[in-house]
Design a protein around this ligand. Structure first.
Ligand code: GDP
Ligand code: MG
Length: 177
């Protein structure tokens, strides 16, 4: 699982899942490159991006995988999940249907991965408060029920994006230390 490359270096595979158009790709590009794309299409070919963070003075590489749009066809393969030690399950706070799908994503995650993995429930698009359809309380209580971390983010204005990833990375690190 969480692979320690011999010395002081760590490489953690983290998968980002959730319904189509909730902002998965933009969360990843905000985290890895500080970029946002208002017209983003499913990026075919980009499997993952790597970002280095420093924890307790140690270099930790987060290899974060993006679905490249397969979730539209409910065909995220087991290869996608293989070796993952962390996950972000993302919904869109303005679309209740994407929140209702979280349990299905969690079930899929649990069939492919160790249930002990560090998983964050992410309510994205917090900048769209005026058209919010899922309350903070609903998000929080689902996370509590399922034993997940919880955060709301905006890939658009950057709110909490690096925090979301860093909490997961830190939890993985604490698990294997
Ligand atoms: P994915 O299908 O889950 O990878 O979603 P994308 O990252 O492609 O985003 C889908 C759409 O939502 C795009 O039009 C993005 O510009 C938009 N989007 C993503 N994140 C946010 C956000 O935090 N706030 C707002 N307002 N729009 C977002
Ligand atoms: Mg995408």
């Amino acid at each position: 699982n969480g692979s320690n490359n011999g010395g002081e270096e760590y490489l953690f595979k983290i998968v980002v899942i959730g319904d189509s158009a909730v902002g998965k790709s933009n969360l990843l590009s905000r985290f890895a490159r500080d970029e946002f794309d208002a017209h983003s299409k499913a990026t075919i070919g980009v499997e993952f991006q790597t970002q280095t963070v420093v924890i307790d003075g140690k270099e930790v590489k987060a290899q974060v995988w993006d679905t490249a749009g397969q979730e539209r066809f409910r065909a995220v393969t087991s290869a996608y999940y293989r070796g993952a030690v962390g996950a972000l399950i993302v919904y869109d706070i303005t679309r209740k249907d994407t929140f209702a799908s979280v349990k299905r994503w969690l079930a899929e995650l649990n069939t492919h991965c160790d249930t002990a993995m560090a998983t964050m429930l992410v309510g994205n698009k917090s900048d769209l408060e005026n058209i919010r359809d899922v309350s903070v309380e609903e998000g929080k209580s689902l996370a509590e029920e399922e034993g997940l971390f919880f955060i709301e983010t905006s890939a658009l204005d950057s709110t909490n994006v690096s925090t979301a990833f860093e909490i997961v990375i830190r939890a993985i690190y604490d698990n294997i230390k």
